[in-house]
Design a protein around this ligand. Structure first.
Ligand code: FES
Length: 115
C-alpha cells in the first residue's frame, strides 16, 4: 500500500477524540466517528489553529475552538464563518502491522485513493 503511513493502532483511536499526527511532514488530525475513520489537515483554514484542539460532533464535524467554524470530516467544507475555505481531506485505510490493526493515512484526497 504505497503512500499510506501508519499513524496509530485502531484500538488507540477513541470515538470523537481527535488525534494529532504528522504524515510526510504535514500536520494531520485523525478522527473516529462511529465506524468511520477520517483524516483532515490539522490546520484551520481561517487562522491555522490546530483542529485537533477542537471538538468532534457525532454528526461528523470538527470544530475550531478559536472562532467556532466547523468542518465536515468527509468533505473538508466549513459550515459557518469565519472560515470560508475547506481543509484538505485525506485517505485512510486499515492495515495489519506486527499483529496489530493500524490506521494508515495517505495525503491523497479520497477521490484519488488506490484500489
Ligand atoms: S482560527 Fe479557526 S475559525 Fe478562526
Amino acid at each position: 500500500m504505497s503512500g499510506y503511513v501508519p499513524v496509530c493502532d485502531v484500538a488507540d483511536l477513541k470515538d470523537l477524540q481527535p488525534r494529532a499526527t504528522v504524515v510526510d511532514g504535514e500536520p494531520v488530525v485523525v478522527v473516529r466517528v462511529g465506524d468511520e475513520i477520517h483524516a483532515v489537515a490539522d490546520k484551520c483554514s481561517h487562522a491555522e489553529i490546530p483542529l485537533s484542539e477542537g471538538t468532534v460532533e457525532p454528526t461528523g464535524k470538527i470544530s475550531c475552538w478559536l472562532h467556532g467554524s466547523s468542518f465536515d470530516l468527509r468533505t473538508g467544507e466549513p459550515d459557518e464563518p469565519p472560515a470560508w475555505e475547506p481543509v484538505n481531506v485525506y485517505t485512510t485505510a486499515l492495515i495489519e502491522e506486527a499483529g496489530n490493526q493500524r490506521v494508515a493515512v495517505s495525503l491523497s484526497p479520497p477521490n484519488e485513493r488506490e484500489s
